[in-house]
Write a protein that binds this ligand. Structure first.
Ligand code: NAD
Length: 551
């Protein structure tokens, strides 16, 4: 069911003023008024609240292009599982397990396996839910052309076996198809960035040490892949090992120009992941960072802005953190105060082996740690902000600032490598909270599943959504009722470079510099739903359900 195709011409047609389907041009244009509430602190600590709105027109190109997905780290657990999943779905390969036959599917994909509430049926009053994939024209994962790089030369059929993720009966049937994909393209390997224990894998390398030449090599790989397969677009996605953080150095990676210079000088702090990001930006391909490293150094973000290219990151939000971004929000929104959140993981795949090295673990620790920050900051009733703590201290006669940080639950993240459990990662979380009148609550969650089977649908969703966002342009209109003549001269432009709408799939969402990060899974999903409906000129209907509340 998750591989079904949207009916020819789309599942829905919006009949509303301001929404225009231009079949000749292959586009949908829709007006959408974004309504907000501006709150300004006035004297006495009160809030002056005003309704504000901006009207936009979105234009969605409805022709679904032929898309290639190039993965950096294609020979790893995620990379090979993505290839195997797409091939099994494309060729409709079912397989036997001890509990019976299994059909290929895209379970775990927001786009392919979840629905959204579009509206209601006027006759019955019942909700009408439709698959996410039917809202706007999107690439079907079966149609993605797959390729990519790996520092390991192992051919993809063997690499799939090395990953030990999929049932043998499925692997057996996929061998000839995976064999046809050959071996990964050679990649760049700067040993200092990933764990030393990865060295024996690195036998498929682009020659030389000149980083500018490496950049040109990767750019050519992208162009060649596009030409060879007759592709309209390519999305590049990093699913290679987690790198250590690049040091942020003024004059090296702080601006786009400095970063390009640093590449020319083969500066040691230019990481492979940043190099792939630069190559993708310069080739006009969206680039997604599925690992927690800081590939997107400030200069790289500026480069993407300069080229109006799209980037998204960081770190797939697959299991433990996804649940945490739900449970922590549930607790805080219920008015319960988490005092500590302690997370333990052990895993036995190559990702775990790489993360057993301290500097690579540190990248992951940072990425996993910020996930409750916005929920905590949103509730000063439970968690005292820094100003309040400082004011309290001053009242007690303490001189000067005591803290820059507000109250926060203790947050602990531990990851250990246990080869025996393979890709079946174990994640244990303890939420210890304060209840009414001094009470305490301990919630313990123990989560076991194949890590790569969680990450694979995210990789597909990220690719499909990033591609869709390259086909949406917008212009801001002077008013909701502006006439066509009035707006004729206003140009459409692409969305902002950092695709924060992809946050639902990412642990440490990259957002427009200076704007708030939203970690709450519900809010992230809501943003996506609202955006997709806005492209059709539909208001997002929340859960007011007024008809059911009035006589
Ligand atoms: P993996 O170790 O099995 O695969 C990574 C692959 O990248 C390996 O084949 C390795 O040879 C290759 N590689 C390393 N450096 C490279 C380079 N410079 N160029 C090209 N290839 C290179 O790991 P995995 O389980 O597939 O995970 C991949 C990444 O996704 C990791 O960074 C991991 O932290 C991240 N991630 C995974 C999950 C998940 O649920 N599986 C969740 C969040 C993040």
């Amino acid at each position: 069911a998750t591989a079904r195709r949207t009916p020819e011409g789309g599942l829905l047609k919006v009949d509303a003023e301001g929404t225009v389907y231009d079949d000749a041009k292959g586009e949908i244009r829709a007006r959408f008024t974004d309504k907000g509430v501006a709150c300004t602190k006035v004297e006495g600590g009160r809030l002056s609240v005003k309704k504000v709105s901006k009207t936009f027109e979105f234009k969605t190109d409805t022709k679904v292009p032929k898309v290639g997905l190039m993965m950096v780290g294609i020979g790893g657990n995620n990379g090979t599982t993505v290839c195997a999943t797409v091939l099994a779905n494309r060729h409709n390969i079912s397989w036997s397990t001890k509990t019976g036959p299994v059909q290929p599917n895209y379970i775990g994909s927001l786009i392919r396996a979840s629905t959204l509430r579009l509206g209601f049926d006027p006759e019955t009053g019942k909700d009408v839910n439709i698959p996410f994939s039917d809202v706007l024209p999107m690439v079907h994962p079966n149609d993605l052309v797959l390729g990519g790089w790996d520092i390991s030369a192992m051919p993809l059929d063997k690499a799939m076996s090395r990953a030990q993720v999929l049932d043998y009966d499925l692997q057996r049937q996929l061998f000839p198809l995976m064999q046809k994909m050959g071996k990964p393209l050679p990649s760049v390997y700067y040993p200092d960035f990933i764990a030393a224990n990865q060295e024996d894998r690195a036998d498929n390398l682009i020659e030389g040490t000149d980083k500018l030449q490496h950049l040109e090599h990767i750019r050519k790989d992208i162009r060649d892949f596009k030409a060879e397969h007759g592709l309209d677009k390519v999305v590049v996605l990093w699913t290679a090992n987690t790198e250590r953080y690049s040091e942020l150095i003024d004059g090296v990676n702080d601006t786009a120009d400095n970063l390009m210079n640093a590449v020319k000088n083969s500066h040691e702090e230019v990481s492979p992941s940043t190099l792939f990001a630069i190559a993708s930006i310069l080739e006009g391909c969206p680039y997604i960072n599925g690992s927690p490293s800081n590939a997107f150094v400030p200069g790289c973000i500026e480069l993407a802005e300069r080229h109006k290219a799209f980037i998204g990151g960081d770190d797939f939000k697959s299991g433990q953190t996804k649940l945490k971004s739900v449970v922590a929000e549930f607790l805080v929104n219920a008015g319960i105060k988490p005092l500590s959140i302690a997370s333990y993981n052990h895993l036995g795949n190559n990702d775990g082996k790489n993360l057993s090295s301290q500097r690579q673990f540190r990248s992951k620790e940072i990425s996993k740690s910020s996930v409750v920050d916005d929920m905590v900051a949103a509730n000063p009733l439970l968690f005292k902000p820094a100003e309040e703590l400082n004011a309290e201290a001053a009242a007690k006669g303490v001189d000067g600032e005591v803290t820059k940080k507000g109250e926060h639950p203790d947050h602990l993240v531990v990851i250990k490598y246990a080869p025996a459990v393979g890709d079946d990662k174990r994640a244990l979380d303890e939420y210890y909270s304060e209840l009414l009148m001094g009470g305490r609550n301990t919630l313990s969650v123990f989560n076991i599943c194949e890590d790569s089977l969680l990450a694979t649908p995210l990789i597909l969703d990220l690719t499909i959504l990033a591609e869709l966002m390259t086909r949406v342009t917008y212009r801001q209109l002077p008013s909701e009722t502006a006439s066509e003549e009035e707006v004729a001269d206003i140009e459409f432009q692409p969305l902002y470079s950092v695709l924060s709408l992809l946050s639902y799939m990412l642990k440490a969402p990259l957002v427009k510099p200076g704007t708030d990060v939203v970690n709450s899974l519900n809010r992230q999903r809501n943003a996506l739903e609202t955006f997709m409906k806005a492209c059709l000129g539909l208001e997002h209907n929340g859960d007011l359900l007024l008809d059911t509340r009035v006589w």
